[in-house]
Write a protein that binds this ligand. Structure first.
Ligand code: TRP
Ligand code: ZN
Length: 878
């Protein structure tokens, strides 16, 4: 294998470039055969640059056509151009204009970085290092320049020509060509550059900002999909209004364009004034999109829009700082959804995602700090740790500083850094200075990998009327970080009295306690409350106020007490999950649950379902047993996924079978004939109804399988149809194969619905699924260049079908590594992302570990992209 240790980039080596590019004039001649790019870069040395210092520009796979400085062609001895870039040995030590010309083949660009063609549309993806595939440049986020872009293209295939900023000119260019000129007045790094040329439909709207500026909004898509963009447009306008209300941030250009494309490596991209989206995060109509899809669209539209301030106006100095923009922007989109919908439900879903995706990353071979200090391939650091743990860190900051203090910090951050590229240190300094606090220790969250475990021991002294919590935090070593520092843990809590109402205290000592917040900043602390007349039940880590694993050793009785009485909805949900988790883990380890303990959980679930105060969406989340991966993680080592699968299903049956009558009554009561609407209440209603159906199936209630088949056939929207299909397939009912075949026939022509079929198929926990997937991939009509199709099938399999992926005979592992080797040649980003599914391998039992290792070692011998070899090396180092 090519191990490219020499290519490792270190944060400590950061240095500004000796030259900067201050303005860029690009001229694209887009033809069906190829695209010619002429670039005029206005370059100047920074202060202190010594004469004879070379100018090193990035390039990736470019072939230099011509090169000149201030109009004079260079001689061969003046420069060197190779596959990684262009070096000018002795550029002038003054401002000069460098002119280069290259010719690109967008049609052959299957990596989908740089300029490529998606279903006939030319589009770009430049973050993080795609611009160097378009022209030679200082492709680093700390070089901010103003861009002017001229595009010429055939009028028939590309009537729509878009780039960043404002349209300043258009016209006829002869020979069936036309042109457009766009100017972006805001200096930006190259990763925010974008252009689009194609034959597209659109919907338009407008938004008037708080200060009265009218912004023209448009969403572009393939013809015929316009009506499916309305929800995205609605989401955009609400995002714009929310950012003004909540953070005082207005949009800054006169136009805001969004383009939906079919081939895209990620969800979406925040290019200045021209967001480009994976079409699955734009298109929605009730009969093809689920509530989850509507939710995803709202969230990602908001996310990319919010980047205009957190990412674009203030950007990253280098890619180590990625979570400066991503963690903060995820926090902002989470807050948007919380304000627009239900805060409790949003928090629970986000924590479920964090535990399902980020915790295993943080506890496995790919663990890394939210701000890494080295990388070999930056594309492999667009991770759930950078995004979701990054958001948790910002959330803790907000918890520690309070909403007003947090806002003061944000305001100062923009005041200081608007229009520049900066660092995590500068971000924290703004919050520290605005609030007069010290955040030095808090910063450790950004530097340290691993999920801390917070252990709590409680004791009550009836005589002294004191209640004591002994707190301890511990973070296990992670790759490259053997020792760990204590972190600042904000622990929201409350004490409940015997009747379930909040209990106060007369005094508290031992650690920093502010109202209902304990701030633990050492490895251990003891907090003693005085004036406690009865033993309280503590509700700890309310709202999941820190991203830790809480080990509280509390009894089932106390947990179920919290499930009934806690004023914090998150902890009510958590308590029910903890009870299920404890029963499942004990059973996997060989101690079966007692009838009494299952009955108690079953009753608590029944009470939750019957509650008149809890909302439907909350109930849908609460009526569950933790998923197989979470149970596996709790067990931690030598996992046998088949055993976990069996135990979990048995527990679901034991807990929910007694509730069959109540579940069925709820199912029937929640039926609705109202037209589909994606609002929170309707979504919650569908979620709960579909949850009851799933539980009836899991509980093997009489008639449930037929009921599911009926719901599938008669569904009035995709949410209900998919729910019936997915739960029947998971339960492997006799009807499920017919439903799958029907689904395929019914929706095979809509690629985004085909993805749903692929995903449900890939997640089916039954023997034979690997052969089915092989057959799907072998079909010549399967589009191996489309990331959505590939991910729906294979990433779903590797992430969500633990029993088949981690088969003891190794067939699941081999299927994935063979896929990775093949797709790596087409699209390394898709390949390396799929390979990360192996991150659970060190936790498996010995036969499965051996099988995983054998499959990974088989990959090692092959010629691999840097993306895949980086993941593989880290995966095998553990
Ligand atoms: N900045 C994008 C986001 O978070 C992420 C992204 C989009 C991306 N496309 C990419 C990252 C391609 C790497 C490669 O919204
Ligand atoms: Zn982002």
């Amino acid at each position: 294998m090519r191990t490219e240790t020499e290519h490792t980039i270190y944060l400590k080596d950061y240095a500004p470039s000796p030259y900067r590019i201050v303005s860029v004039d690009l001229d694209f001649k887009i033809l069906v055969e190829n695209t010619r790019v002429r670039a005029l870069l206005t370059v100047e040395p920074i202060e202190g640059t010594a004469p004879g210092t070379p100018l090193v520009l990035d390039g990736d796979g470019l072939v230099l056509g011509s090169i000149a400085i201030d109009g004079a062609p260079l001689m061969l001895s003046d420069y060197a151009a190779n596959d990684d870039g262009l070096t000018l040995f002795e550029p002038p030590l003054r401002k000069f204009v460098l002119e280069t010309e290259v010719t690109l083949q967008p049609e052959n660009n299957t990596k989908l970085m740089g300029l490529y063609r998606s279903s006939g549309t030319w589009c770009t993806q430049c973050e993080p290092e795609g611009f160097r595939r378009i022209t030679y440049y200082l492709d680093r986020p700390d070089n901010l320049a103003v861009f002017k872009v001229r595009m010429t293209a055939p009028l028939d295939v590309a009537p729509v020509l878009l780039a960043n900023g404002n349209l300043v000119d258009t016209g006829d260019a002869g020979d069936g060509l036309h042109y457009a000129v766009w100017e972006d007045p805001f200096p930006k790094p190259a990763y925010l550059f974008a252009l689009v040329a194609g034959d597209l439909g659109s919907i338009t709207d407008s938004f008037t900002t708080g200060s009265g500026r009218k912004v023209d909004l448009a969403i572009y898509c393939s013809h015929g999909k316009e009506a499916q963009c309305l929800w995205a447009m609605d989401s955009l306008k609400r995002s714009m209004a929310w950012d003004e209300r909540r953070f005082g941030l207005e949009y800054d250009l006169d136009v805001f364009n969004i383009v939906a494309v079919s081939d895209f490596n990620f969800g979406a991209m925040e290019n200045k004034g021209l967001n480009i989206f994976n079409d699955r995060l734009v298109f929605a109509k009730p009969d093809t999109a689920t509530d989850g899809d509507y939710d995803g669209i709202e969230r990602v539209i908001a996310h990319e829009y919010f980047h205009n301030w957190t990412g674009n106006r203030v950007t990253c100095r280098d890619w180590f700082q990625l979570c400066l923009k991503e963690g903060l922007t995820v926090y902002r989109d989470q807050e948007f959804t919380s304000d627009e919908r239900s805060r409790a439900v949003k928090r629970i879903s986000d924590v479920v995602t964090l535990r399902r995706a980020q915790f295993p990353e943080d506890g496995g071979p790919l663990a890394h700090p939210p701000r890494p200090d080295q990388y070999r391939e930056i594309n492999n650091f667009y991770t759930t740790t950078v995004y979701e743990k990054g958001a948790e860190i910002v959330r803790m900051l907000a918890t520690l500083l309070g909403e007003a203090g947090f806002r003061k910090g944000m305001d100062l951050y923009f005041e200081r850094h608007d229009g520049s590229a900066t660092t995590i240190e500068a971000f924290l300094a703004a919050f520290a200075d605005a609030n007069g606090v010290n955040l030095d220790q808090f910063k450790t969250w950004y530097l340290q990998a691993g999920t801390p475990k917070l252990s709590v021991d409680e004791s009550y002294d009836a005589e002294k009327q004191t209640y004591t919590l002994k707190l301890k935090q511990e973070t296990l070593p992670t790759p490259g970080q053997a020792t760990k520092q204590a972190l600042v843990l904000p622990i929201k809590f409350g004490l409940l009295g015997p009747n379930g109402s909040p209990m106060g205290w007369s005094g508290v000592s031992g650690a920093e306690v502010r109202g209902e917040l304990i701030v633990l900043d050492g490895a251990t602390a003891e907090v003693t409350f005085t004036g406690i007349a009865n033993r309280p039940v503590a509700s700890l880590l309310r709202g999941f106020s820190a991203p830790v694993v809480l080990d509280s050793q509390s009894s089932q009785e106390d947990q179920l007490f919290l499930a009934r009485h806690d004023s914090d909805p998150f902890n009510r949900w958590q308590a029910l999950q903890d009870v299920g988790m404890a029963l499942a883990v004990a059973a996997v380890k060989g101690t079966p649950w007692s009838d009494a303990s299952v009955t108690a959980l079953s009753q608590a679930m029944g009470d939750t379902l019957g509650s008149e105060t809890l909302d439907d969406a909350f109930k849908a989340l609460a009526l569950n047993i933790p998923d197989e991966q979470s149970i596996g993680r709790e067990i931690g080592r030598d996992i046998d996924p088949d055993a976990i699968h069996l135990v979990r299903n048995a527990l679901l049956r034991a807990v929910f079978e007694p509730l069959a009558t109540q579940l069925l009554a709820t199912y029937n009561a929640l039926a609705s004939t109202a037209p589909y609407s994606p609002d929170a209440a309707s979504t919650g209603r569908r979620a709960l109804r579909n949850r009851t159906l799933g539980l009836l199936l899991a509980g093997e209630a009489a008639g449930a399988q037929v009921l599911a088949a009926q719901q599938y056939a008669g569904a009035g929207n995709m949410t209900d149809r998919m729910a019936a299909l997915a739960s029947s397939t998971y339960a492997n009912t006799p009807e499920s194969l017919g439903m799958l075949a029907d689904f395929r026939a019914r929706f095979g022509g809509d690629p985004l619905v085909l993805d749903k079929w692929l995903a449900v198929t890939a997640a089916a926990p039954r023997d034979g699924v690997i052969d089915e997937m092989k057959a799907i991939l072998a079909d010549p009509s399967f589009p191996k260049t489309n990331p959505n199709r590939l991910r729906s099938l294979v990433a779903t399999f590797a992430m969500n079908n633990i029993t088949q992926f981690a088969r003891a005979d190794g067939a699941g592992f081999r299927f994935v590594t063979e896929f990775v080797a093949e797709v790596d040649k087409i699209n390394p980003q898709v390949a390396s992302r799929v390979l990360t599914g192996f991150r659970i391998w060190p936790m498996l039992d010995a036969p499965r570990r051996e099988a995983a290792k054998a499959a990974l070692s088989g990959l090692q011998g092959q010629s691999l992209s840097r993306n895949v070899s980086d993941i593989l090396t880290r995966m095998l180092a553990s």
